[in-house]
Every structure is written in structure tokens, then in C-alpha cells.
Design a protein around this ligand. Structure first.
Ligand code: FAD
Ligand code: NAG
Ligand code: NAG
Ligand code: NAG
Ligand code: NAG
Ligand code: NAG
Ligand code: NAG
Length: 608
């Protein structure tokens, strides 16, 4: 039997009716909001309702004396069943909840253009992501602190925000939970639900045995979120009670009952504009927004601040449209330059991804959820009845995060791009089914998929405007695997080799039949490199495009934001989202974004 291979093709995108808004404060379009919001004086206007925007909408509206407006380009359909069911996450990429961006042809990927997913709905990318829950490494935050000169960003000072944001409560189904994470490092009373996978897979024990057999290379790490990520560990997810946790559900919805918060959905901010001047410095507290490209344009001015949380593509796009960016770019498009800020749109970083498939002898794999429609129907019914079963699962139960050995020959020519010894160079995900993100037909049989990803890229990309029309997508060049020194392709190659070593442990003998498909014949380093360039994709962690740096220095390479996330050279404007990371953390990026926004909320409140 040949069925479509990508999960998305096999798992139905369920047809469910969009719920009607039940809140007086949730406007369904710019036009619907215009009459009321034009009479309201907002203290804060937040642009974008993703990881960061959700946190800010909630925290800034805790003070009932402050009026807060949140503007989101996507819909309010965050209760959609496709979003709520964790197992359906892959079906959200390329759906109505995805902006559907595409990259430029990537030189490092044999000139392939690839899809670049971003959430477009209340919750932003947290409503379409794969829900993996990692804080990142101690050294990653310490590097942010040293790059910005602000010790507030270091691990020890950020730790209170990791606790503040989370409700890490495992389902009672999780077997031996206390050996799979360190409870004392977690909080159970914050807003964002998280926990460990609640379904035991046949591969779980084999993975543990393999780790023990190869413990010299793959040490057991009891909690990937301790600050030291290195080793083999269990995978935490932003999943709770069997359903997705995201910023819409856990941060925005609880704040909707507050009368001092308004939310406008289906409204895209097209630019920010100068409100006035203070001394010689432009004050930028006005936003323009509209519903759809032909819609009427409205503008609103905040009393205190406009905060861009439109994500690492949306936020630089808005700044560039507003003349806040490299002056040469403004000029070439005929945009009046407000501030010459060379780093806006630069410094883009992301994690390249590679999947390889291994055929297995067992028929007890999650492939059944795709190939056996009876089983799929049963599991869906079980989820709908009790939010339990296989539909509560994410992409894997176990993984490993590892570093290249310090005597690796690459370090003779390239200095180590990682932030330090607690940060991994690469990640190995072990998935209990056939996955091929690029599509193609799904082969018959049962599989294990190794996903080997680079987490310390040297390569940098950029975002530039295609035109002055805010509804034209910007030109997105993540520059994947393009670094001159060849670190990235080398580390990707070593990652695949390490994954193969792990899967060659004696424990896998009775399970894995052999590597399957084209990757199997890629054996020499040169063959592996060419396989990677032809097949690598991306983990969708776009970061760094409006990076923070040391205070007040505007020169190229010194950051577009001050350490408190205010935009250099203007008054009244901040960027709070994954754009602000000066270096991409060696981890999945949602928790770093939530934590950055939690600190930002405190910084903003402290300006009172
Ligand atoms: C497919 C996919 C899988 C991922 N998997 C994981 C994972 O498993 N674990 C993990 O940690 N991270 C994952 N990520 C990354 C993570 O979700 C992001 O790093 C995080 O959501 C970034 O938060 P943000 O606030 O910067 O931006 P976003 O969450 O993207 O939010 C930006 C919001 O701004 C809105 N917006 C943009 N432009 C405008 C405008 N002009 N006007 C109004 N609104 C606008 C967008 O619609 C969106 O709602 C994944 C991402 C994707 C896309
Ligand atoms: C989403 O569902 C919750 C109940 O789980 C409900 O309280 C809320 O009103 C719903 N939100 C919307 C926008 O429909
Ligand atoms: C993304 O593409 C899908 C499939 O073509 C489409 O249904 C969806 O509307 C697109 N998303 C947006 C935001 O336009
Ligand atoms: C846990 O989260 C709650 C809510 O955010 C917070 O008040 C509390 O201080 C956190 N606990 C710790 C130990 O930080
Ligand atoms: C498909 O799933 C059903 C229900 O769980 C099960 O009874 C049946 O044996 C499965 N079929 C195959 C071919 O595995
Ligand atoms: C690195 O050191 C290990 C032992 O510590 C050794 O086995 C390996 O061959 C060395 N690699 C290189 C490239 O020198
Ligand atoms: C963006 O990156 C590409 C590829 O490195 C480069 O050619 C281009 O000049 C860059 N654009 C800007 C504005 O920096």
C-alpha cells in the first residue's frame, strides 16, 4: 500500500466550525474595532499575539489602571480542534493558520527554496508549533548578558521567569516521572501548561538501554531544562491534559475577562509612524493597521509605548516599512528614513534540520496512526472523549543533545560558535514512525526516524522588503548552511554520524532492520554532505533579526535594540519577541521567547 508520506497528508485537517467570539473586547476586524477603539486612550499597543505578545497582553493588563490593546493579523480560532490536538501539529503547517512564507533559493541547500512556517492566529507560532519545551542552556543566557552588558539576561537572573511562566504538571499516566525530570527545577502554578509524554512507546526501553550501552558518548541527563542540556533525555512538551498549551489559551484567554484589555484580530499592522519629537529624537507611538490589503487604514497612538511582537519576520518588516532600518534600503524603496539602524533585518539565525529513516522489524510503531484508519478513528474518538491516547503525543519521547568533541579538526580553522559547554552543537530526535517533512510518497512498513539538527549555526541570513506594500511578503533569506568556514555542514555531518552510532547500539539489533532510502548510501563525509545539501530543511526557529546589543551604540553589528528591548534612536517603541535574540539559543525557541517577554513585562512596568 502506498499512502502519502508526510503526516499532514495522512492526518485529516478536520473540518470544524469557527467559534463565534463571545467577548465584547475581542474585535473580529479593524473596521469592527475602529468606532470604539478610536475613542479609547491605550497606554500600550502590542502588535502580534504570539509567544511574546500573549505574555505582554496578560502581564501588562494585570494593572487595571492601564489600558492595553493587542492587534493580531490572524484569526481568533485558537480553539480549533486541529490546534488543540497535539498529534495534528504537522497538519497546521501549510494550513489557514500558517503565513506560508517561502525562503529565497538557499545557496547552502543547492539553491532550493523551502517553506518557512509562521503562525497566523491568536497564539502565533505557539499555536502551530511542535510544542517542544526547552529553556535552552545556561551559557546561552550568559552570552546574551555579556553581549548586551546587562546581567539581567544571565541564566541565574532569568531562572525566576522560567518558573514564573510554567505549570509543569505531568499526567498521572507518565511512568516513573520523577526519574525523567527534576521536579525541584520546575513550577506548577504558572500559566503555561507543560509536561512529559504520557504514552509509553515500545522504543522507550530500547532507547534507555542503548543510552546505557553507549553512556560514554550519550550520558543520561535527567532534565534537559536544568541549564545543562547535554546528553540523552526525555522530551518535555507544552502539552497538558492531553492538549496543546499555547499563548492564546494560557496567556490571552485568561486576560480576556479584563475590561482594560482589547484585542483586535484579522488586523495587520502596516507600519509605525512618528508621533512627535523629543529634543531631536523621534517619538514613535502610533500604529497603522487594516483588515486585508484593500481594507481601510486606521491609526491609533499609545500613551506610553508601542511594542512590536510580530515575530522575527513580522517585526523587522514593520520597522523597515516605517523607515527604521538601514538607510540605503529605505532610500532604494523611496521610504523616508526615520532612523538609520543598520542591524534591522540582519543577523537572521535558524537551525537546519535533516531527517533520515530506518526500517524496523516490529509492527508496534506510531506508523499505525497513519496507515490504519480504524486505529486512527479509535484514537481520535478517545482523544475527543477523554483527551488521552496517542493523539496526546508530540514528535518523540526521547532525544539526545550533544557537542562535537573538543579535538574535532574543525576547531583548527573555526572557533567554537557555541555559547559554552552546557550548550549542544546538535540534537538527535528519535521518532517512532516514518517522517518526511519534504513530502513524497510514504513507503509501506514500519520505521524509526532520526532527525539530526544543527543548533549552533555560524551562518547568518537577512530579511529585506520586496516592496513598500505591507501585504507583499518580505524577501526571506535564512542563509542556511552558507558559512564560509564550513562549520555548519561539518557539524550537520557529524550529527548524522552520531545518530547512526546511537542507533547501532546492541539494544536496537532486534528492532532496526537498516537505514532506508537515499541516505543509506551516503557513507563518506563527502556523500553525507551532498545528501544534506540536497535534503536539509529547517526547524522554524527564525531569530535575531532585530537583535539587542550594548546600550545606545548604533553602528552596524552592535544591535538594533538596547538591552531593555527599546529600539535604538527612537522613543516609545520596543521589540519584544524572538527577533531580539542576539544569538539563537541552542534549543527550541518558544520558552526562551516566553521568558524574554516575561522579563520585558517587568522592564516595562518598572518604567512607571
Ligand atoms: C512549524 C513550527 C514548529 C515549531 N516547533 C517548535 C517547538 O516544537 N518548540 C519550540 O520551542 N518552538 C517551536 N517553534 C518556534 C516557536 O513557536 C517560535 O520561536 C515562537 O513562537 C516565537 O514567538 P514570537 O512571539 O517571536 O513570534 P510568533 O509566535 O510567530 O508570533 C508573532 C505573531 O505576530 C503576528 N503578526 C505578524 N505580523 C503582524 C502584523 N504586521 N500585524 C499584526 N500581527 C502580526 C503573527 O500572525 C503572529 O501571531 C516552531 C515554529 C513553527 C512555525
Ligand atoms: C475557547 O474555549 C474555551 C473553553 O475551553 C472558552 O472558555 C473560550 O471562550 C473559547 N474561546 C473562543 C474565542 O471561542
Ligand atoms: C496557506 O496555504 C494554504 C494551502 O494553500 C491555504 O489554505 C491557507 O489559506 C494559506 N494561509 C494563509 C494565511 O493564507
Ligand atoms: C510559580 O508561578 C507563579 C505564577 O506565575 C509565581 O507566582 C510563583 O512565584 C512561581 N514560583 C516560583 C518558585 O517562582
Ligand atoms: C488496525 O487497528 C485495529 C483497531 O485497533 C486493529 O483491530 C487491527 O488489527 C489493525 N489492523 C492492522 C492491519 O494492524
Ligand atoms: C579525539 O580524542 C579521542 C580520544 O579522546 C580520540 O579517540 C580521537 O581519535 C581524537 N580525534 C581526533 C580528530 O584527533
Ligand atoms: C542578504 O543576504 C544576501 C546573501 O548573503 C546578500 O547577498 C544580500 O546582500 C543581503 N542583503 C542585505 C540587505 O544585507
Amino acid at each position: 500500500m502506498i499512502t502519502p508520506s508526510f503526516l499532514q497528508a495522512a492526518l485529516l485537517f478536520l473540518a470544524v466550525a469557527a467559534p463565534q467570539a463571545a467577548y465584547a473586547t475581542l474585535y473580529q476586524s479593524a473596521d469592527a474595532a475602529a468606532a470604539k477603539t478610536s475613542r479609547t486612550k491605550y497606554d500600550y499597543i502590542i502588535v502580534g499575539a504570539g509567544a511574546a505578545g500573549g505574555v505582554l497582553a496578560n502581564r501588562l493588563s494585570e494593572d487595571s489602571t492601564k489600558k492595553v490593546l493587542l492587534i493580531e493579523a490572524g484569526s481568533s480560532d485558537y480553539n480549533n480542534t486541529n490546534i488543540r490536538i497535539p498529534w495534528l501539529a504537522p497538519a497546521l503547517t501549510g494550513s489557514t493558520f500558517d503565513w506560508n512564507y517561502t525562503t529565497t533559493p538557499q545557496v547552502g541547500l543547492n539553491d532550493r527554496s523551502i517553506g518557512y512556517a509562521r503562525g497566523k492566529v491568536l497564539g502565533g507560532s505557539t499555536s502551530i508549533n511542535y510544542m517542544i519545551y526547552t529553556r535552552a542552556a545556561e551559557d546561552d543566557y550568559n552570552r546574551w548578558a555579556s553581549v548586551t552588558g546587562d546581567s539581567g539576561w544571565n541564566w541565574n537572573n532569568m531562572f525566576k521567569y522560567f518558573l514564573k511562566l510554567e505549570d509543569f504538571t505531568n499526567s498521572p499516566q507518565v511512568v516513573s516521572a520523577s526519574t525523567k525530570f527534576v521536579p525541584s527545577l520546575h513550577n506548577t502554578t504558572g500559566p503555561l501548561g507543560a509536561g512529559l509524554p504520557e504514552v509509553t512507546l515500545a522504543t522507550d526501553n530500547i532507547g534507555l538501554q542503548a543510552q546505557q550501552q553507549l553512556s560514554a558518548e550519550f550520558a543520561y541527563n535527567q532534565d534537559v531544562n536544568s541549564g545543562n542540556m547535554i546528553g540523552f533525555s526525555w522530551t518535555p512538551f507544552s502539552i497538558q491534559n492531553g492538549a496543546r498549551s499555547d499563548s492564546a489559551r494560557d496567556y490571552i484567554q485568561p486576560a480576556l475577562s479584563r475590561s482594560n484589555l482589547d484585542v483586535i484580530v484579522n488586523a495587520q499592522v502596516t507600519k509605525v509612524v512618528q508621533t512627535t519629537t523629543s529634543g531631536k529624537t523621534p517619538v514613535v507611538r502610533t500604529v497603522q493597521f487594516q483588515t486585508g490589503s484593500g481594507g481601510k487604514s486606521y491609526s491609533l497612538t499609545a500613551n506610553r509605548e508601542v511594542i512590536l511582537s510580530a515575530g522575527a519576520i513580522g517585526s523587522p518588516q514593520i520597522l523597515l516599512l516605517s523607515g527604521i532600518g538601514p538607510v540605503a534600503q529605505s532610500k532604494s524603496l523611496g521610504i523616508k528614513s526615520l532612523v538609520d539602524l543598520p542591524d534591522v533585518g540582519q543577523n537572521l539565525q535558524d537551525h537546519p534540520l535533516l531527517t533520515t529513516n530506518f526500517q524496523v522489524s516490529s509492527s508496534d510503531t506510531l506508523d499505525n496512526l497513519i496507515t490504519n484508519t480504524t486505529f486512527q478513528t479509535e484514537q481520535l474518538a478517545q482523544w475527543e472523549a477523554t483527551q488521552t491516547g496517542d493523539f496526546t503525543l508530540g514528535a518523540c519521547n526521547q532525544w539526545a543533545w550533544e557537542r562535537l568533541p573538543s579535538n574535532d579538526t574543525i576547531f583548527k580553522s573555526v572557533s567554537d560558535p557555541s555559547s559554552g559547554p552546557t550548550a549542544p552543537h546538535y540534537q538527535l530526535i528519535f521518532s517512532d514512525l516514518y517522517i518526511a517533512f519534504a513530502g513524497g510518497s510514504r513507503p509501506d512498513g514500519h520505521f524509526l526516524t532520526l532527525i539530526s539538527n544543527l543548533y549552533t549555526p555560524v551562518s547568518r541570513g537577512n530579511i529585506t522588503l520586496r516592496s513598500t506594500n505591507a501585504f507583499d511578503y518580505p524577501i526571506i533569506n535564512p542563509g542556511l548552511l552558507s558559512d564560509k568556514g564550513g562549520f555548519d555542514i561539518h557539524a550537520m555531518t557529524e550529527a548524522l554520524k552520531a545518530g547512526r552510532r546511537f542507533l547501532s547500539a546492541p539494544a536496537w539489533k532486534s528492532w532496526i532492520v537498516g537505514e532506508f532510502g537515499d541516505s543509506a548510501s551516503a557513507q563518506t563525509d563527502a556523500e553525507i554532505e551532498s545528501f544534506i545539501r540536497q535534503n536539509a530543511l529547517v526547524v522554524n526557529h527564525v531569530s535575531g533579526t532585530v537583535g539587542m546589543g550594548k546600550a545606545n551604540t548604533i553602528a552596524k553589528g552592535s544591535g538594533a535594540l538596547n538591552p531593555d528591548l527599546t529600539v535604538k534612536g527612537v522613543i516609545g517603541l520596543r521589540v519584544v519577541d524572538a527577533s531580539a535574540f542576539p544569538f539563537i539559543p541552542a534549543a527550541h525557541t518558544q520558552v526562551p521567547t516566553y521568558a524574554l517577554a516575561e522579563r520585558a513585562a517587568d522592564l516595562i512596568k518598572a518604567c512607571d
